[in-house]
Design a protein around this ligand. Structure first.
Ligand code: PLP
Length: 409
């Protein structure tokens, strides 16, 4: 059997541990600001009305069955998923420079990308180290490390301004060896809620081109961040239009509310060149081999739901409306939380709450304050002071602001 030196006890995933503690808390005032899943104003999970409709269509489809999908997944999903990211008229699509594979949601997409790079990013001038923002979604560290790719970090969050440390980020990317892999959050950075401006993205394009860096985009919040699918894909489209060879991990968990259905895609985009389509075909063939050995073929239910919506113009329009409902509620909660803290005269500045975007806000609360909020007020957030904005609603935002005010003083 395995001795403890060989298989030591691993720590519990901090986020899921937090969820458990929240569930066990019997206080009627408890507030869950931990897990990154949308909640409506009643603090309940929200099945998107458009997803309900797609579900109905699927259930009444006499042709529907439980057969395997192809290795690369549901083609009617992967093709629309690529259009959603790059824009329907993207030259990269017309020139067949994209290879798309359906994955186990965004996590599976990041993993497939990591696996692909671990196996093939051995070309001359390439540096196999993956640079991730400090901080980043904690799982990035595990996913890349698990496939044997070394990780390094670039500065991202400025603790003073609670905004982007753009100078630090640029300096680190400039100092990284040429041809490094740079992981970028396409929008609604997790955990900080801080994104580069369009102008800053253009600067990153120049810098990364000069350094021949390889962009690895992680996009888990398209449409969920601003309510505008095109706007939230702006950074990815910029890099593709600028001719970068890159990869994209795409999740449909948040923007469709299909968390547990594990719907997502991985995309490879080649630079424009005479042999780009042939290269893309080769990449697709290798992705298929990797996928086969990992999961054989991806899950079908969530893929069908997303595909039904993406392939029907009326349902697509309704989805956009649903996205505006979710993003709008979160933006409103940001305004309310900031407004209430400012009304109370809570020490510090709180503009970052509304400057930040997406599911999360990095509040700047320290670990002591976070733990005090948990023990004294039954408000649960991660130790780094990250708040899931979706956990706020019209009934608890005043209570949360008052509690923050108390622990900050
Ligand atoms: N990447 C980022 C930055 C995320 O925040 C998440 C979810 O929290 C994911 C990827 C993947 O999530 P999922 O595997 O549920 O699609």
């Amino acid at each position: 059997s395995f001795p403890a030196e060989v298989v030591p006890q691993a720590p519990e995933d901090p986020l899921f541990g937090l969820m458990r503690a929240y569930k066990a808390d019997e206080s009627p005032n408890k507030v869950d600001l931990g897990i990154g899943a949308y909640r409506d104003d009643n603090a309940k999970p929200w099945v998107l009305p458009v997803v309900k409709k797609a579900d109905e269509i699927l259930r009444n489809d006499p042709e529907a069955n439980h057969e395997y999908l192809p290795i690369a997944g549901l083609a009617s999903l992967t093709s629309k998923a690529a259009e959603l990211l790059l824009g329907t008229s993207a030259p990269a699509l017309a020139e067949k420079r994209t290879a798309s594979v359906q994955t186990i949601s965004g996590t599976g997409a990041v993993h497939l990308g990591a696996l692909f790079l671990a196996k093939f990013y051995k070309i001359q001038g390439a540096n196999r180290t993956v640079y991730v923002s400090n901080p980043t979604w904690a799982n990035h560290h595990q996913i890349f490390t698990n496939v044997g790719l070394p990780i390094a970090t670039y500065p991202y969050f400025n603790k003073e301004t609670k905004g982007l440390d753009f100078e630090g980020m640029k300096a680190a990317l400039a100092a990284a060896p040429d041809g490094s892999v740079i992981l970028l959050h396409a929008c609604a950075h997790n955990p900080t809620g801080v994104d580069p401006t369009p102008e800053q993205w253009r600067e990153l394009v120049s810098l990364m081109r000069a350094k021949k860096h390889f962009p690895f985009f992680d996009t888990a919040y398209q449409g969920f961040a601003s309510g505008d699918l095109d706007r939230d894909a702006g950074a990815i489209r910029l890099f593709v239009e600028e001719g970068f060879e890159l990869v994209i991990a795409q999740s449909f968990a948040k923007n469709f509310g299909l968390y547990g259905e594990r719907a997502g895609c991985f995309h490879y985009v080649a630079s424009p060149s005479a042999d780009a389509a042939e290269l893309t075909t080769r990449v697709a063939s290798q992705l298929a081999i990797l996928q086969r050995s990992e999961i054989s073929n991806p899950p079908i239910y969530g893929a069908r739901i997303a595909s039904i919506v993406l392939n029907d113009s009326a349902l697509f329009a309704e989805w956009q409306e649903n996205l505006r409902t979710m993003s709008g509620r979160i933006i409103d909660m940001r305004k309310q939380l900031r407004g209430k803290l400012e009304e109370l005269g809570t020490p510090g500045t709180w503009n970052h709450i509304t400057d930040q975007i997406g599911m999360f806000s990095f509040t700047g609360l320290n670990e002591t304050q976070v733990l005090k909020l948990r023990t004294d007020y039954h408000i649960y957030m991660t130790k780094n002071g990250r708040v899931s904005m979706a956990g706020l609603n019209t009934r608890n935002v005043g209570y949360v602001a008052a509690a923050i005010d108390k622990v900050v003083r």
